[in-house]
Design a protein. Sequence first.
Length: 271
Amino acid sequence: MPTLPLTLAVIARNEAAVIARCLDSVPFAAEKLVVDSGSDDGTVAVAQTHGARVVHQDWLGFGLQRNFATTQCSHDWILVLDADEWLSPELAAELERELPALMASDAAGAVLRRRTIYMGRPLRWYRPSVGEKLARFYHRDRGRWTDARVHESLRFDGRAPVFDAPFEHANNPTLVHKQLKVLRYSELKCRDWLDKRKPVRMWQAPFVYLLAFLKDYVFRLACLDGWRGFMIAQTAASYALYKRMRYYEMVNNPASVAEATDALEKHHIER
């Protein structure tokens, strides 16, 4: 198959079970790059077998890790996927057809739509999971990832069209995986808040939980996805509340930062 002068960039750690699907879904990429932060499950070997060049980089946080990956790409145009994401055949065909003209233009990048598979099948109504718009394709001189430890975003300097077909996301194989991610993401977010000396406002906590639940369950239509939708809304609200409780603890008991890091590393949750 003809290739396009772009790099597929994936950051990974212990993703041997899913990374082949991700890499194989972009057959038109002239280069496939995996930035690995210390896998011990065969991720590196699987990635290399499926055509990727693997570079090691100790974990820097999501934003900085993606910006490091940008510096390692051989091509100026970069497509970013996570290891548990892959292009649908429809999107792969759309990109092959449309990218040559976009790459020859002055566009900064492009926005893709993501469809989430939750508990084994796609969600039908929950708005962030049926066509969520994410900036994932960019020219390295016209876009940059924010430096946030978690919930990073790609910022463009220029126009960015939106493609129609979705890419797929296998979101947390089980609720256990989700709770482990909540622990890790909360820790990263709270460290960002510590760096910025964000005020502690625990009085907001009950309202944050309620508003977060209502936002997802009612306004984002999770209620129409049955019990799966309820679980998504409850998990999101619990995450919003737990972050604030954990941040309160960090501020009032600074020793808990190192103690929590040790516990997360012991259970292979911290990178």
